[in-house]
Design a protein around this ligand. Structure first.
Ligand SMILES: C[S@@+](CC[C@H](N)C(=O)[O-])C[C@H]1O[C@@H](n2cnc3c(N)ncnc32)[C@H](O)[C@@H]1O
Length: 336
């Protein structure tokens, strides 16, 4: 009987399948137990159930919000990005950005990865574990005031409602990214195109399915399309650069996700072809340039600030000139 009721609901209902199935199961089960619908009168069984169902769905389910779900990370990321600074703002924009995702075999048997290598890309669901406000958020939620609006780099720091952005600062600090599956070996996956920091805890991995995950004709607000604000005009390397990289290469060689200093140099170029500075770093420089311009001593070379980027424990020092050309100075070993 339960099965028959559920089947008829599936045919005619317009409500979401999951909720309806769960609610239906509850109502049908209670109906069977109390005998309410089976006392022999000419009751329109189907109509009654639908009314009860509608009532149940309209009731606020505050109790559900109080439930916590114990989700444990099942894997960890070894990424080329040692810190948040320089980690791409979205996936696939730095094709050579590599990471190794390693499953905890006590929780996930390696056989669970069988077949994944046949997909070109996968989704990764993870925890923004380096958010500086996590302690407050989890240990003292009532004192942790959620910021409803966040500063958007593409809008030069203007604010937007957090759910209209992909900011890491969210009420549930869960990240969603897509990466290229390079290879699958034992309990680990080699990925590229990642926007994940080293040490990121992973909650789940799912294959990317173009037939339903890629939406033809999907639209976005105008500001999401403004890429030029975040790119630089050129990336060049100083004469000493390669020598400094070759000098420190032995320090990372064995653990590196890259095969040579030359390949690592391409990674640096791809990462720095985006303006990775924070909104406040950029604004400070723009204000300084504006002031200098007003004083009529504007130096077109600009770039007297040295910025740093840490990749696989190597500190990359670079400058950005006022017209957005990056000059990579040198590299030094800076263990994490
Ligand atoms: C704008 S978020 C978008 C992330 C993801 N694609 C999403 O939409 O959920 C990307 C930024 O998150 C930060 N990030 C990456 N991994 C993180 C982690 N484990 N903890 C905190 N922040 C992280 C980096 O600064 C990176 O630039």
């Amino acid at each position: 009987m339960l099965m028959a009721l559920m089947a008829s609901s599936t045919e005619s209902s317009k409500w979401p399948t999951l909720s309806i199935t769960l609610t239906f199961a509850t109502i049908s089960a209670s109906a069977v137990m109390t005998g309410k619908y089976f006392i022999g009168y000419a009751v329109d069984l189907h109509r009654c159930i639908r009314l009860d169902l509608r009532k149940a769905m309209l009731q606020p389910k505050t109790d559900k919000l109080e439930t916590t779900y114990p989700m444990t990370p099942i894997a960890i990321i070894q990424s080329c990005f040692s810190t948040r600074n320089g980690t791409p703002r979205q996936p696939l924009i730095v094709p050579l950005a590599r990471a190794r995702l390693t499953f905890d075999t006590a929780l996930v048997p390696p056989a669970s990865l069988e077949g994944l290598e046949e997909y070109s890309h996968c989704w990764i669901i993870y925890v923004f574990h380096l958010n500086t406000d996590l302690d407050k958020l989890w240990k003292n939620p009532s004192r942790s005031k959620l910021k409803a609006k966040v500063r958007v780099p593409r809008l030069k720091g203007e604010k937007m409602g957090l759910f209209a952005t992909r900011s890491p600062h969210r009420p549930c600090p869960i990240g969603l990214t897509v990466a290229k599956v390079e290879s699958v070996r034992g309990n680990s996956i080699l990925l590229s195109g990642v926007d994940l920091v080293d040490g990121t805890p992973v909650l789940d991995v799912k294959p990317y399915l173009p037939y339903c995950d890629s939406i033809e004709g999907a639209t976005v607000p105008h500001w999401v399309k403004m890429d030029d604000l975040l790119t630089v005009a050129s990336v060049e390397f100083s004469d000493d650069f390669l020598a400094s990289l070759t000098d420190c290469w032995p320090a990372i060689d064995k653990k590196s996700l890259y095969t040579s200093p030359e390949e690592f140099q391409i990674l640096i170029k791809q990462v720095l072809s985006w303006d990775i500075r924070s909104v406040s770093q950029r604004t400070q420089v723009e204000e300084k340039c504006e002031k200098t311009k007003n004083e009529q001593v504007f130096n077109n070379k600009g770039g007297d600030i040295i910025y740093h980027l840490n990749l696989e424990g190597l500190d990359v020092a670079y400058r950005i000139t006022s017209n957005s050309n990056v000059l990579v100075e040198n590299v030094s070993f800076s263990p994490r």
